[in-house]
Design a protein around this ligand. Structure first.
Ligand code: HEM
Length: 132
């Protein structure tokens, strides 16, 4: 069984002489790896002592990276409910705004509301033409 680590304990290991990373609920001691990281030492130090799952996955790390990861594993978080949720990226929440009269076709696929608004706008236009 792997070692159970509290989130509060993880947070204490965020200096470059003692650096732990949390990725997908598992804790990795990256202290020795900092200087070898192809992506540089700074990003690791920035993410030290907290949940680095998102930035790690965003980079699209290779199989090699996952293999290295396995060798650095020291345990897992015993109280995942204490891991703060990171804010969603703007790209995840971006929805089209129906501001101007012209709606670019690519916006129509982004949200059901936009589609409804566009259909309503066309309907209103046709009704206007019909009655006036
Ligand atoms: C223990 C955790 C990590 C390991 C074992 C690791 C390993 C690696 C490896 C092997 C590469 C070379 C490319 C590849 O094989 O995918 C790489 C590249 C990279 N890593 Fe990590 N990484 C870790 C954590 C992170 C984190 C938390 C970040 C945060 C942003 C990060 C950012 C990057 C970037 C930006 C590159 C690209 C460098 C380039 O191609 O110029 N890495 N990493």
């Amino acid at each position: 069984m792997s070692r159970q680590i509290k989130y509060a304990e993880l947070q204490e290991h965020k200096s470059e002489n003692d650096l732990w990373l949390l990725i997908d609920g598992k804790v990795y001691d990256v202290t020795k790896f900092i200087s070898e990281h192809p992506g540089g030492d700074e990003v690791l130090i920035t993410e030290g002592g907290r949940d680095a799952t998102e930035p790690y996955e965003d980079v699209g790390h290779s199989e090699d990276a996952y293999d290295i990861l396995k060798t650095l594993l020291i345990g897992e978080i015993s109280d995942p409910e204490n891991i703060p949720k990171r804010g969603r990226k703007p790209s995840d929440t971006a929805t089209a705004s129906a501001g101007g009269p012209y709606v670019h076709p690519s916006l129509l696929t982004s949200s059901p509301l936009t589609v409804i608004l566009a259909i309503a706008a066309v309907g209103a236009f046709l009704a206007y033409r019909y009655y006036f």
